[in-house]
Design a protein around this ligand. Structure first.
Ligand code: SF4
Ligand code: SF4
Length: 167
């Protein structure tokens, strides 16, 4: 008798749990039905990236002291810092600096730990090329600042859902 009662109780509990999960899923679907805009007509429309978006890295050559902290904190030792010690002035002279965005995971560690703040993350995410070697950016490519989406008159900037909600 008791095993049958326990079996019924378990079945009842499982039914209630399943109904609750279905209800939760349904509520999420309903909350999405209220969102706007649903389709971004890229590349004519572009989403305004969030404030802490981690896009392509910007580098300021004149600020770099060739300390190589960015290399040590990078999980894949990616930045290439080419320098030579100038014995006369007892300082490092930086010749080249490069980051390969074909390998970079955009974790932001190098930006976080750079002691002179010469690295920063931009909102640029359109890095597609036909040849992945072109993604190896030298100091000249890294020094270019992207046009902010809101200043690009050729496209229509779109706020994302969180930005609309916080307005
Ligand atoms: S951590 Fe900053 S200052 Fe040091 S080598 Fe890297 S980019 Fe240059
Ligand atoms: S963003 Fe991360 S992976 Fe890319 S260079 Fe910096 S530390 Fe390395």
């Amino acid at each position: 008798m008791f095993p049958m009662v326990t079996g019924f109780m378990n079945y009842g509990e499982q039914t209630i749990r399943a109904t609750r999960y279905i209800g939760q899923g349904f509520m999420i679907t309903l909350s999405h039905a209220n969102r706007f805009p649903v389709t971004i007509q890229y590349p004519y429309d572009k989403l305004i990236t969030s404030e802490r978006f981690r896009g392509r890295i910007h580098f300021e050559f004149d600020k770099c002291i060739a300390c190589e902290v960015c290399v040590r904190v990078c999980p894949i030792d990616l930045p290439v810092v080419d320098w030579k010690l100038e014995t006369g002035i007892r300082k490092k002279r930086l010749f080249n600096y490069s980051i390969d965005f074909g390998i970079c995971i955009f974790c932001g560690n190098c930006v976080e730990y750079c002691p002179t703040n010469c690295l920063s993350m931009t909102e640029e995410y359109e890095l597609a090329t036909y040849d992945r070697h072109e993604l190896n950016y030298n100091q000249i490519s890294l020094g270019r600042l992207p046009i902010p989406i809101i200043e690009d008159y050729t496209i229509r900037p779109i706020l994302n859902f969180t930005q609309i909600k916080n307005r």
